[in-house]
Design a protein around this ligand. Structure first.
Ligand SMILES: [Zn+2]
Length: 409
């Protein structure tokens, strides 16, 4: 790799020192502050750090952090990989990740959906992985359509190879201006944001996995990779049992996206898959914390589509604790709670906590789901019989539980 210019070397070194200082003084993992310091000293730092590396960018509404981790594990087959493992997914986080692993010839970066065009322009990444697009707490359908349109513009005219989920019509539309696309039939659990054709606004007809616009030519492309239950079918038609440790259909889909990305980097399935099977939890997700014989498995869910994925993972034979906050990163407006169908929880012991427990309680009441209201998460946990319980929490509620319970078992 060529040497960084002096100014970039200095900016990168000072950023790393700021990050170390921030970590030592207990202000988080320091990756955002370190990157900000670096960018302040050298605004062109991300471009310079990205040069000469083979990069993959990973973006979606849900599953970014997990898929980034899975791709990183697979690419370790090739050598050192720089990555923003803790979800700092804007340019400051990318600067920090690349400057901490200066010599890594490969990089896998999780990118916030809104920043994808900017980060793609700056880094010139050769590979982009796009999984799904649905409304977040604050977004509505028109906003995610605009986002997909920005992806189209950003990808157009670049040599980037895109790996995209063709079961999501909006992702398909967002990816289809790219010079080369590998389509993955990754499934789509949340369909509420894709009843209309993104190209012309006409109705989308769906038949099994297939979809097509009734009024124009926009339709589902033929997939090269297919997620089929617990197996993947590769472009040669060969079937592979996934057998990964991360639970749920959404993660099996993430794993097949990762296999397709690894394949474009020259890592075949037989080498990538064993690496994916080693991943057991991602930034605290799916880990289990224990107190007094209660084993609570933590599931993070940040938006309506995420709740459906969490319901798929949660085991109906155990009680479930739901915790909802509405601080900055969660979105202050909890009206999205009304978009989720909670009836699947009927018949399970349900416990509700978090700062906005009353909002959730009202929603469950309307859906005829019986529940117990608890003042705190600890109180909810103490009410469980010894054994396992599933926990679904949104962003800051999840972080609070993690910091209170510390180490996972
Ligand atoms: Zn159409």
């Amino acid at each position: 790799m060529t040497q960084l210019p002096l100014r970039a070397q200095l900016a990168s070194a000072l950023g790393r020192s700021a990050a170390t200082l921030s970590r030592m003084t207990g202000r988080g993992d320091g990756s955002v502050i370190g990157g900000r310091v670096g960018l302040l000293l050298e605004p062109d730092l991300l471009r310079q750090l990205a040069r000469d590396r083979k990069l993959a960018l990973v973006s979606a509404t849900n599953g970014k952090t997990t898929t980034t981790r899975l791709i990183t594990s697979a690419l370790l087959e090739l050598g050192e990989v720089a990555t923003n493992a803790f979800g700092a997914n804007m340019p400051a986080g990318h600067v920090s990740a690349l400057s901490q692993q200066k010599r890594a010839p490969y990089g896998v970066l999780e990118v916030d959906e809104k920043y994808l065009p900017e980060v793609l322009d700056t880094t010139g990444a050769g590979v982009v992985c796009l999984m799904n697009l649905s409304r977040d707490q604050m977004d509505r359908a028109a906003e995610i359509w605009l986002l997909a349109q920005k992806w189209r513009r950003a990808l157009s005219g670049k040599p980037t190879h895109v790996i995209a989920n063709c079961d999501d019509p909006l992702v398909t539309w967002g990816a289809s201006t790219a010079a080369a696309v590998t389509w993955v039939a990754g499934g789509q659990r949340w369909k509420e944001d894709s009843w209309c054709c993104p190209e012309c606004g006409g109705p989308l007809d769906r038949k099994d996995a297939d979809w097509a616009c009734r009024e124009c030519t926009f339709h589902r492309p033929e997939p090269q990779w297919v997620v089929d239950g617990d197996s993947a079918i590769d472009p040669r038609g060969q079937r592979w049992m996934l057998d990964i440790q991360l639970p749920g259909q959404a993660n099996r889909s993430n794993a097949v996206m990762a296999l397709a990305v690894a394949d474009t980097f020259g890592v075949p399935v037989e080498r990538a898959l064993p690496r994916l099977r080693e991943v057991t939890s991602v930034a605290g997700r799916y880990t289990t914390v224990e107190r007094d014989g209660r084993f609570a498995r933590l599931l993070l869910s940040k938006n309506p589509a995420g709740w459906l994925e969490a319901f798929d993972v949660a085991d109906p034979q155990f009680p479930i604790i739901l915790s909802v906050n509405a601080q900055g990163p969660d979105g202050r407006d909890t009206s999205w709670l009304w978009d989720v169908d909670y009836r699947i929880l009927r018949g399970r012991p349900v416990f509700v906590t978090g700062e906005r427990r009353l909002d959730l309680a009202l929603r469950l009441d309307v859906a005829d789901v019986p529940f117990t209201l608890c003042g705190t998460f600890s109180e909810a946990l103490a009410m469980q019989p010894p054994g396992r319980v599933d926990v679904i929490a949104n962003y800051t509620a999840f972080q609070q539980i993690r910091s209170e319970f510390g180490r996972a078992v």
